[in-house]
Design a protein. Structure first.
Length: 768
């Protein structure tokens, strides 16, 4: 049993920091607590719900400490060693749902069921909740990991999009990155240089093919020969002609002056060509002797040699012209990555070209020199090769060929570049994604096992299997017919009439054995033969309390070792039903290990008091009140010993009259707070005797005003005070309550004494 509540913190608004008063007697088996409406009774019952469950989810900051007969203490978060059943407004809300005339499904487990099946249901339910919690946690982790993976792919997709933008694949998003990653069997990262090259490739536009490559063929004798062949012929003839000599009658002046020799030789050729008889220069006849001398100097052999030299000179000039005219396309026409190599090779070629042309110029000089000295042999063995020049030219051509090849396979190369970049960037997140995928797969497998269980393993059932087994076991132990009988019988006893009737709505389920079972999924509530509508608050309370008492009989709750807490089961009931309700309550909890009953109804209080006093002569009973005080302008509830007068007076009216008569304000709101409610009850009871009519309070006071000489201003003040201040306004506490209470209590007692003096004297005598 619970013997005392050492402390309560953060329980609703009225138990912010309660501690047990050392002068209070300890709780016993039977405990009765009385308090006004709003004093904190229902809030206190929620503490017992917390004791049963270890906490209250709706009050996360709740702290408490309770003590049992062995001085064991139980705090929030710890397990209490007894089962607790609590009836209050929360119980009604959770267990009785009135919707279109039906309540929530009620499946009862009564005392004649198989204990082993009950234990299996309890164990399965616990296992089910744990597995649902684990599934919830795993799914939350799974969602986080999936979001992390999605975030990785979204980020890398943006990087890839930027890298490949400008090519055909423009809309590259998270899904695209996931699809491409699925094809990646291993990391494929590029080197820094490779990355730069691929980035350049995918950004480039296709360039046209370059066809106009330079030719090195030399036109000789109406045909074209390769530069190397032309040069070989030239060098061979050159070495040969340089070694030749011509025998002639040497004229010293001509020999010593090559320019004169050239001029004279040209003149002879002109005169022979034009058959001139006289000198074309001076128009004088050509002397025969001089002509013979010149002919001897410039003979046929000399002319032939010079002609040969002239031919070689022309060939040299032709070769030089071909080489000099070699040109190349502008580097801007090539792809970016080829331009630097192309330009460097062109510079090398130009250097080699310059050397080669210098060699040809040297040949021309030798030919000119030989032309002036045909009678002398030149021993020079001249060498000039085309290998270096042609090699440099071929190197340039290979760069151009690379350009042309790339253009030919441009789309393929760009596509390959895009794929290489995708793989490169996806490889940068390869390990992170693979780690997340492994964790996600592990979580998904865990959820799958928790939901579906392990195949052929009866000790590790999944959620669906547990739910099915629990449902089937509940169907086996469902006592639908007996439950309806008990509810209907209980309602008749509780209300004193049998107009409300429960009928079960049944549902067929197929078990593992293939057999159909029927269970009650909900109950119809009928008023006579018709569906009940518009149930009163009293009827709803009665239905809930009857269900609660049947609930006390199931095998999940051993009432002989349990604690029963009941908060105002007669709320909203008419006076005729209170006695039936009391009898029903008394019978329902008589076997309980410990009972707490809380009420604000004086008639019900007197019934319970009489029962407790007769029960073991009251030795196993305790009587308390829930009172309020103010701490820093905050209303706080506390437990106190029940007033002696409450235990002794047979009428609430006597007790409340005494409270008003003895009221002397100490100036605090705390003392004045309950007085308006008390004054209203006293006023209404007095008017019931003095003006026995069906009129309301206002009209009855009007009767007093018109039939007596009592001050009408005071009557108005009494009405306003008892009517306004006894209801919740939703506003803060008004300090004016203190003087208003003092004044209007005095007016009320004056009115009773003046209007009905004999009645007042009897009341005062009864409380003296």
């Amino acid at each position: 049993m619970i013997t005392k509540i050492n402390k309560i913190k953060n329980l609703g608004l009225v138990f912010p920091n309660y501690t047990w008063d050392a002068s209070l007697p300890l709780f016993k088996r039977y405990n009765l607590l009385y308090g006004w409406n709003g004093s904190g009774k229902t809030t206190l019952t929620r503490l017992f719900d917390a004791l049963e469950n270890g906490s209250l989810p709706e009050m996360p900051g709740l702290e408490y400490e309770c003590e049992d007969g062995q001085r064991n203490t139980f705090r929030e978060g710890s397990s209490f060693n007894q089962k607790v059943r609590v009836f209050n407004h929360d119980y009604i809300d959770k267990n009785i749902k009135i919707q279109q005339g039906t309540t929530r499904s009620i499946t009862l487990t009564l005392g004649d069921v198989n204990k082993q099946t009950l234990e299996q249901i309890e164990a399965d339910t616990k296992d089910l909740e744990q597995k649902k919690l684990r599934v919830k946690n795993l799914n939350e982790e799974l969602e986080k990991k999936k979001k992390s993976k999605d975030r990785i792919f979204s980020d890398i997709a943006k990087t890839i999009y930027v890298a490949i933008s400008g090519v055909a694949t423009r809309n590259y998003r998270k899904d695209s990155a996931e699809d491409d990653f699925a094809l990646l069997s291993a990391k494929e990262e590029l080197s820094e240089e490779g990355l730069r090259n691929k980035l350049t490739v995918v950004k480039q536009e296709s360039q046209p093919v370059i066809d106009e490559l330079p030719s090195t063929k030399v036109p000789l004798d109406s045909k074209e020969v390769e530069l190397s062949g032309a040069l070989k012929t030239l060098i061979g003839d050159l070495n040969e002609v340089l070694a030749q000599t011509v025998e002639s009658q040497i004229i010293p002046r001509i020999k010593d002056n090559p320019d004169i020799a050239t001029w004279i030789e040209a003149g002879i050729h002109i005169h022979e060509t034009h058959h001139s008889a006289t000198c074309e220069f001076c128009s004088q006849p050509l002397p025969e002797k001089r002509l013979l001398e010149l002919t001897g100097h410039f003979n046929d052999a000399d002319r032939k040699l010079k002609h040969h030299l002239e031919v070689l000179s022309d060939i040299t000039s032709t070769i030089s012209g071909v080489v000099r005219n070699i040109s190349f396309p502008d580097q801007a026409r090539l792809y970016d990555e080829l331009r630097q190599d192309y330009e460097s090779k062109r510079i090398e070629f130009d250097q080699e070209k310059s050397k080669f042309l210098d060699g040809l110029d040297e040949i021309q000089q030798l030919l000119n020199k030989k032309r002036s000295s045909t009678t002398e042999a030149l021993e020079t063995k001249f060498k000039l090769e085309t290998a270096q020049l042609e090699g440099k030219l071929d190197a340039i051509k290979r760069v151009v060929e690379t350009h042309n090849t790339k253009t030919g396979a441009f789309e393929t190369e760009k596509k390959n570049g895009v794929e290489a970049l995708k793989k490169h960037y996806l490889s940068s997140v390869y390990e992170d994604v693979k780690t997340l995928e492994a964790e996600i797969a592990k979580n998904e497998d865990g959820v799958k096992v928790l939901k579906n269980g392990v195949e052929n393993n009866e000790t590790n059932l999944g959620i669906s299997q547990l739910e099915k087994r629990i449902f089937e076991n509940q169907a086996k132990i469902s006592s639908t017919h007996k439950a309806c009988q008990e509810i209907n019988r209980g309602l008749t006893t509780f209300l004193g009439r049998d107009e409300l009737v429960f009928e079960p709505l049944k549902e067929k389920v197929i078990g593992d054995d293939g057999q159909e079972n029927e269970i009650a999924t909900s109950y119809l509530i009928k008023r006579g033969t018709e569906l009940a509508t518009g149930l009163s608050e009293g009827e709803k309370t009665a239905i809930a309390f009857v269900y609660f008492t049947i609930h006390l009989q199931d095998q999940y709750f051993d009432i002989s070792n349990g604690i029963v807490v009941i908060d105002d089961p007669v709320s909203s009931l008419d006076s005729n039903s209170i006695y039936q309700a009391f009898a029903f309550l008394k019978n329902a909890v008589k076997e309980a290990n410990q009972v707490f009953i809380l009420t604000h109804n004086f008639d019900f209080l007197k019934l319970v008091l009489n029962w407790f006093k007769k029960n073991d002569r009251g030795r196993d009973c305790r009587y308390y009140m829930i009172k309020n005080k103010y701490d820093n302008n905050h209303r706080c509830a506390y437990i106190d010993v029940m007033d002696k007068e409450l235990q002794e007076y047979e009428s609430e009216y006597h007790y409340l009259f005494k409270v008003l008569k003895q009221f002397e304000s100490d100036g605090t709101i705390a003392q004045s707070y309950p007085i308006p409610n008390i004054a209203r009850k006293v006023l209404e009871t007095f008017l019931m005797f003095r003006v026995p009519s069906s009129d309301n309070t206002y009209d009855k006071l009007e009767t007093i005003r018109t039939t007596t000489s009592f001050d009408p201003v005071k009557l108005t003040a009494i009405y306003k005070f008892t009517n306004d201040q006894s209801h919740i306004t939703g506003s803060g506490f008004d300090p004016a309550l203190v003087p208003e209470t003092q004044k209007n209590v005095r007016y009320l007692l004056e009115m009773i004494g003046e209007v009905f003096p004999e009645h007042s004297k009897i009341l005062e005598a009864s409380i003296s």
